[in-house]
Each structure stands twice: as C-alpha cells, then as structure tokens.
Ligand binder design. Structure first.
Ligand SMILES: Nc1ncnc2c1ncn2[C@@H]1O[C@H](COP(=O)(O)OP(=O)(O)OP(=O)(O)O)[C@@H](O)[C@H]1O
Ligand SMILES: [Mg+2]
Length: 440
C-alpha cells in the first residue's frame, strides 16, 4: 500500500502519516499538487493520496481525472472549518480525515482504499468451529498449517488469524510457492544482494524481511523443493535468513502460516516433504471444510458477494430471491466458495429487475456435459485452450482427481497441472477433487 502525502509532514498531517506507516503503508511526500502530479505520472503504484485541505483539492481531482489517473484523494484538516471539509468532498475528495487523526479511522481508510475486503463470513456451525479454533491460536506465535480444498477460503482464514494476532499492526505477506518458478523462489523468499547473480542489479529484500514483525503466509508449501525446504527450516529455527549472495545472516521476526491442498503426511511418507519441517509448521493444523459440508454458510456468503459485486460494478444492491437461494443451497459446489463467488458475480451482472432471481443463477460444471472428444476430427473448429481444458478435466475425472497420476498421463509437471487447475477454478470451472483416500 503506497500513500502519497501532499503537504508538510511537520504537524498533525505528519502524525497521521506516521500512523499510516505503522499500519504498513509506504509513504511518499510532495510539497504541492504539481509535484504530486509528477510523482503520480511516474509511479503507478500509489494507492491513495492524503492531501492537506490547504490545497485546491478540486483542481487536483480534476487534473487526475483529465490524465486518467485513478487514485482516491482523501482531504485532511483540522475539524475547525466544517465548510472546508464539505467543499472538499463536493470537489471530489473520497473522504475527509479530521486531524489529529484517529488510528482506527486511518486503518479503515487504508483498507477501503486498497480495495481489499477480506471479511470472513461464517454462519455454519462446522465452519464456526474451525474459526473458533483459529481465533484460539491467533494470539500465540505458533505456526499454523491450513489445509482444505481449492477455493475454500484458506487465505481468508490466514488473514483473519493475522488480524486477531499480536502482529496485526505489522505486515501480512503472502507468497504462493506453486506460482513462482523454482529457481526464483529462493530469492523471492530470502532476497538477494547486488551482484548475487547476473541481473541482480541492486539489493532486493525478500518476503521474509518484508514480513518482519508480521505474518508470512506460504501458500501451497508442498510445492517447495526439498533443498529449499531445508533453508526454510533453518530460517524458522534460527530466526535468521541468508540473502542470496549475502555475507552475513539477517535477523527476522516472522510468524509463519502455511497452506497446502495436498495431503502433507502422505508427501512426508513419499519423501517429497521434510518430516522435520512438517512438524515445525504443523504446531496447530486447521482444516477448512468444503462448502458442501457447510450449507449454512451459503446464503450469507451469497448475500455478501451480491453486495460486493453490486458495489464493484456501480450497481444498486439487490437481494437474492428465496428461489435463487434455494437453487444455490442445493448445488454441489465442487469449486467451493470461489465458484459461489463467480456465480454470484455473474448473477449480479445478468439479473434484470429489482431482485436477483433464479434465472440469473448460472451454475457451471456438473450439469453442463463436457463434449466428448473421440476423434481428432471432432476437435476441428474448437479453440486450443478449450480442448486442453477438457482433456485435463477428463483425465482428472479418470484418475479420480489424483493430480500426480493425471500429470503423468498428460506428460506435464504437477506444478503446470496445478497452475492450470487454479486458473480453471478461478474461471468457475468445476475441477474434480481428489476422491477420499486418494492423494491429491
Ligand atoms: N468465509 C469467507 N468469507 C468471505 N469470502 C470468502 C470466504 N471464503 C472464501 N472467500 C472468498 O472466496 C475466494 C477464495 O478464497 P481463498 O483465496 O481464501 O481460498 P483458498 O482456499 O486460499 O483457495 P486456493 O486453494 O485456490 O488457494 C476469495 O475471493 C475469498 O475472498
Ligand atoms: Mg489460496
């Protein structure tokens, strides 16, 4: 999260800036609106502008709009002149932040501006039990291993643990071990010094250091190769890391949460996951149940997503009808919460009238028969990526969801297969899950 401050950091605005920094924001400062515009043109990463009321906020908002720079502007000033605050809002400021700033208000503004809504919705008793267990261990320093099928909300739960932890004011950093090529993962985790390899033009801090005093979520940890697992174990035991090409270790204070949608004990037995690392990470384990196992959550999640996507798309919030909710509750949800989210997003866009009715609920997957490809001739006229997707999904069906077996048959790496499946799941395609007793 990057925040650009327009105004002097000497007074109460500076104090607000320091609170934002303590909440993990990176700060940049400009003495006037013109300088700010130069910065904003050069740096697309600014998420939020805090501007002293003393400046012409209307002119700034207009200049941003003219250059198509989409960044929210929050006006800041002492509450002495309520008219000035009103004028700023009318001129296009997103909010007014009264100074001296209230830390909770700053946190709320930062969260709203980052566009990230990580609220964890829970109604079903089965899920409530998991959340209760998570909250019990949140304030400890223990590593937690979170497992569950794809799209069940493992990351949402990890963020919830961070928010309830003593590290809540520190950063939450997530790293997906499966999404990063093996040869880059080490530098991504531990960083590197200038000259550590050709192309290392400057020192780069890795995720471990970025998460200092906070929480590091290692997603899909089972995808990390054994050599790197040894380095990770050392980092956890010694509480220090070695940057690539670094001369001396660097102390880090990081709490680790990890997720896996593979059966880690089985990976340990197969020798692909270190047993000592497994025990180190698995101080507490949490299983996020599949959406099928917690039907009581479906209506609340659907409502939540309907509101979210109405807002994102600038549409009025409409309620789901009883018939639509009944349809949702009876579906199998192989794609879990993510599939539900996509379904509701579609429904928000498709619904006509002042409620979201059953006609707008398009369920993907099981009901839609996949075209059977028996001969190459029958494939002519279809898109390559569609054919690939059908082949992958049908091979997985054939192997009862066993990823390893399917990857072998398809002649691709498990990593490549998993990346494809993640994309499909994100598109709302129902991906066969591993059958009971079959290693994922
Ligand atoms: N309990 C919940 N409340 C609100 N939103 C949720 C909840 N669970 C999941 N979601 C939403 O569903 C989507 C998938 O959740 P998340 O990314 O946490 O799942 P995951 O288990 O980490 O998935 P993957 O296995 O693909 O990594 C996200 O958009 C998330 O915001
Ligand atoms: Mg995840």
């Amino acid at each position: 999260m990057r925040v650009l401050i327009i105004g002097s950091l000497g007074g109460e605005l500076g104090q607000a800036a320091r609170i934002a920094m303590a909440r993990g924001a990176k700060l940049d400062q400009a003495d006037d609106a013109d300088t700010a515009l130069v910065r904003l043109r050069a740096d697309a990463r600014v998420d939020l502008v805090l501007c002293d009321l003393a400046y012409d906020i209307g002119a700034l908002v207009q200049a941003l709009a003219a250059e198509r720079i989409a960044v929210p502007v929050v006006a800041c000033g002492t509450g002495d002149d309520p008219d000035a605050a009103v004028r700023a809002i009318q001129a296009g400021a997103r909010e007014f932040l009264p100074l001296p700033a209230d830390p909770d208000l700053i946190a709320a503004i930062l969260e709203a501006a980052s566009g990230e809504n990580h609220a964890l919705i829970v109604r079903d008793a089965v899920m409530a039990a998991t959340v209760r267990r998570a909250e019990q261990v949140a304030r400890s320093e223990a590593s937690v291993l979170i497992h569950g099928e794809s799209g069940t909300g493992k990351e949402v739960l990890a963020r919830h643990i961070h928010r309830r932890s003593r590290r809540a004011a520190g950063p939450f950093i997530a790293l997906n071990c499966a999404a990063i090529p093996e040869n880059l993962l080490e530098s991504e985790l531990f960083g590197h010094e200038k000259g550590a390899f050709s192309g290392a033009l400057a020192r780069r801090v890795g995720k471990f250091e970025a998460a200092d005093h906070g929480t590091l979520l290692l997603d899909e940890i089972s995808e990390m190769d054994v050599r790197l697992q040894a380095k990770l174990l050392r980092a956890l035991q010694e509480r220090e890391i070695d940057r690539l090409g670094g001369a001396a270790p660097v102390k880090v204070d990081v709490r680790i949460l990890a997720t896996s949608n593979r059966d880690l004990p089985a990976e340990v037995k197969r020798g692909t996951f270190r047993e000592d690392l497994y025990y180190r990470l698995n101080v507490v384990s949490l299983r996020v149940p599949g959406l099928r196992e917690r039907p009581g959550d479906i209506a609340a999640l659907a409502d939540h997503f309907a509101r979210k996507y109405a807002e994102v798309n600038g549409m009025p919030n409409r309620r789901l009808t009883q018939a639509a909710l009944a349809r949702l509750t009876s579906h199998g949800w192989r794609g879990n919460v993510r599939e539900l989210e996509n379904t509701i997003h579609r429904a928000v866009l498709l619904a006509e009238g002042d409620s979201i009715d059953i006609g707008a609920i398009e369920l993907s997957g099981t009901e839609t028969p996949q075209p059977a490809a028996t001969s190459v001739n029958s494939l002519v006229g279809r898109r390559m990526e569609e054919v690939e997707r059908d082949l992958i999904i049908q091979t997985l069906d054939h192997t009862l969801g066993n990823r390893t077996h399917a990857a072998t048959i398809l002649g691709i790496s498990i990593r490549a297969l998993r990346n494809k499946l993640r994309d499909y799941a994100a598109q709302g395609v129902a991906v066969p899950r591993p059958a009971a007793g079959v290693a994922a």
